[in-house]
Design a protein around this ligand. Structure first.
Ligand SMILES: Cc1cc2nc3c(=O)[nH]c(=O)nc-3n(C[C@H](O)[C@H](O)[C@H](O)COP(=O)(O)OP(=O)(O)OC[C@H]3O[C@@H](n4cnc5c(N)ncnc54)[C@H](O)[C@@H]3O)c2cc1C
Ligand SMILES: *[C@@H]1O[C@H](CO)[C@@H](O)[C@H](O)[C@H]1NC(C)=O
Ligand SMILES: *[C@@H]1O[C@H](CO)[C@@H](O)[C@H](O)[C@H]1NC(C)=O
Ligand SMILES: *[C@@H]1O[C@H](CO)[C@@H](O)[C@H](O)[C@H]1NC(C)=O
Length: 491
């Protein structure tokens, strides 16, 4: 009995070895060969590639899109720039991203604009109501950081705790059912813009997400978030780049093959080219991996990794940006929208009614940004430009246009992250099933090693950060993590 089990075991091991060595049919003699190939040059891939290149490693970066940056995308617009993707550095203390800006003397400014509140009948919230809203939003965000046992949907928890707070501090509000309805709807959508969710009840209170200390909205303003990439690549201020780093744009990787003899990883691209390296760092979003992991890797991924890819949820967040001939909105830089119950039955599209706020980007003078999240962002992405523009403008006129004539925008620019085949969404969140798969992010981050235990296929990207997922600084840190794994450094 024991003997036959052993034979079966040896048979299994042989089978694996045979499967792994199949790849040797790709001859590596003539192939361009590198120490490391990095798939994807977003924040994580660029951090990984440049860290390795700075240590003298020969690195090839392969990026499917026509530009470096991934979900960071600074675009010239109006008299400056706007961010189609990430906009702020969230937190300062312990942020490599913030430190890189400081060390390079790039000014980073706190985005501390004044907020105005508006109702769907075109009335302005008075100062008392506005202060009350600010107090409740702040309290709600504080509650959002709790980790109650047992875990529950975030919205349900915040609602319960906030109602307890209101009973104690503002009992008179308990009679104002209309205000409470308007406020909780706003709070739900406000949380959704942080989480890229459709509802705040899509998020689990068990989430391991941790904010870095310091200001949560530090802006690259007119420099643009793209400056981070120039710093990493050593091209900022006419820097000479990194001699051992090569990269190719418009080059989508379609196959990653791990081979034992020769001891290489082969990376094949859509254009038919193949490159060889000792190892590869894989950084596409978890949504791209969900769609393509079964064909992207020559061998089936381990079960824990496939489970992780399936279990980590990718949310959607969109921006619609309007450029105007002038700054017609006065001093406020942020406008919160409260829908009155009686107006909610209007004929507007549902996604229009789920736009909680409008902000002014710091990189340009005459631009307003409308924010959408979750399914509502997807709905808008699927509509033609003209319709989105008309419906977005109608919303602005309803809330902000009671006493002024709002001009037509000169130009519209909007994000299409969900449609982008190389991203397929915006960022990840810990959903209500998270308590059943708490190790998912760590499982995704774990490298695939060869039979000697040497890491050969490594994984970086925001989704692989257990605490700072969904951010640029988190993505950058995962790139450093994997580069340092290969350099044998502990970080
Ligand atoms: C609208 C929006 C607003 C945001 N706001 C903020 C914010 O204010 N602050 C913040 O910190 N974060 C924000 N984020 C999140 C932040 O942008 C991301 O967490 C971070 O940029 C992700 O970096 P990454 O390297 O993990 O992934 P990505 O940036 O997605 O990089 C992966 C790269 O891989 C490429 N790729 C995919 N498949 C292939 C393939 N087969 N072959 C070759 N290349 C491939 C992609 O084109 C992409 O360039 C926002 C995101 C969005 C969308
Ligand atoms: C940043 O500014 C300081 C003080 O002006 C200067 O000493 C330093 O060299 C500058 N650093 C860079 C990277 O330009
Ligand atoms: C417009 O004017 C009316 C009447 O003065 C006022 O009640 C309302 O709050 C104003 N709306 C805005 C958006 O300023
Ligand atoms: C970079 O080079 C250009 C062209 O040589 C020059 O005009 C510019 O001043 C340089 N910028 C910096 C920051 O040195």
């Amino acid at each position: 009995m024991v003997v036959s089990l052993k034979i079966i075991y040896i048979g299994l091991v042989l089978g694996l070895v045979v499967a792994y060595t199949q790849a040797a049919s790709i001859s590596d003699n003539s192939l361009p060969t590198y120490d490391t190939i990095v798939v994807g040059l977003g924040a994580s891939g660029t951090a990984a590639a440049t860290t390795l290149a700075r240590a003298g490693r020969r690195v090839l970066g392969l990026e499917a899109q026509e530009r470096i940056g991934g979900r960071v995308y600074t675009v010239p617009f109006d008299d400056g720039v706007v961010e189609v993707g990430a906009e702020w550095i969230h937190g300062q203390i312990g942020s490599r991203t913030y430190e890189l800006a400081v060390q390079n003397n790039v000014s980073i400014i706190a985005d501390e604009t004044s907020v105005g509140g508006y109702r769907s009948d075109g009335t302005l919230l008075d100062d008392n109501t506005m202060n009350l809203m600010k107090e409740l939003v702040e309290k709600g965000m504080e509650i959002a950081a709790d980790s109650p046992e047992p875990p529950e949907p975030l919205g349900q928890y915040i609602t319960r705790k906030l109602m307890q707070y209101i009973e104690k501090k503002h009992p008179e509000l308990l009679n104002d059912k209309e205000f409470l309805a308007q406020f909780f709807e706003y709070m739900d959508l406000n949380i959704d813009t942080y989480e890229a969710t459709t509802s705040w009840n899509d998020v689990s209170t068990a989430s391991q997400s941790v904010e870095l200390e310091g200001n949560q909205a530090m802006s690259w303003h007119r420099n643009g978030y793209k400056t981070l990439f120039e710093i990493l690549l050593n091209t900022y201020r006419n820097g000479s780049g990194l001699p051992t780093l090569q990269y190719k744009l418009n080059t989508e990787v379609t196959k990653i093959t791990l081979s034992e003899a020769p001891n290489k990883v082969f990376v094949t691209c859509k254009d038919g080219s193949t490159y060889a390296a000792d190892n590869v760092i894989v950084t596409p979003s978890v949504a791209v991996l969900k769609e393509r992991h079964a064909t992207l890797f020559s061998l089936p991924l381990p079960k824990d990794k496939v489970d992780a890819i399936n279990n980590i949820k990718m949310g959607v967040e969109s921006k619609i940006m309007f450029r105007y001939p002038n700054r017609w909105w006065g001093d406020n830089g942020f406008f919160a929208f409260l829908w009155r119950t009686e107006d909610k039955s209007g004929t507007e599209d549902v996604w229009v009614k789920k736009i909680p706020a409008v902000s002014t980007p710091m990189g340009a003078s005459n631009v307003l940004t409308l924010w959408l999240t979750g399914d509502y962002a997807v709905m808008a992405e699927n509509l033609p430009d003209d319709e989105v523009r008309a419906k977005g403008m109608a919303l602005l006129r309803r809330f902000l246009g009671a006493n002024i004539t709002i001009p037509e925008p000169v130009e519209m620019l909007r994000s299409l992250w969900h449609k982008n085949p190389h991203v397929l969404g915006s960022f990840t969140y810990d959903d209500v099933d998270y308590p059943h798969h708490v190790t998912a992010r760590a499982d995704l981050a774990r490298p695939i090693t060869d039979e000697k235990g040497v890491p050969r296929i490594l994984f970086a990207g925001e989704a692989t950060h257990t605490q700072q997922f969904s951010t640029v600084h988190g993505a950058v840190d995962t790139g450093y993590r994997e580069a340092n794994r290969l350099l044998g450094n502990t970080v």
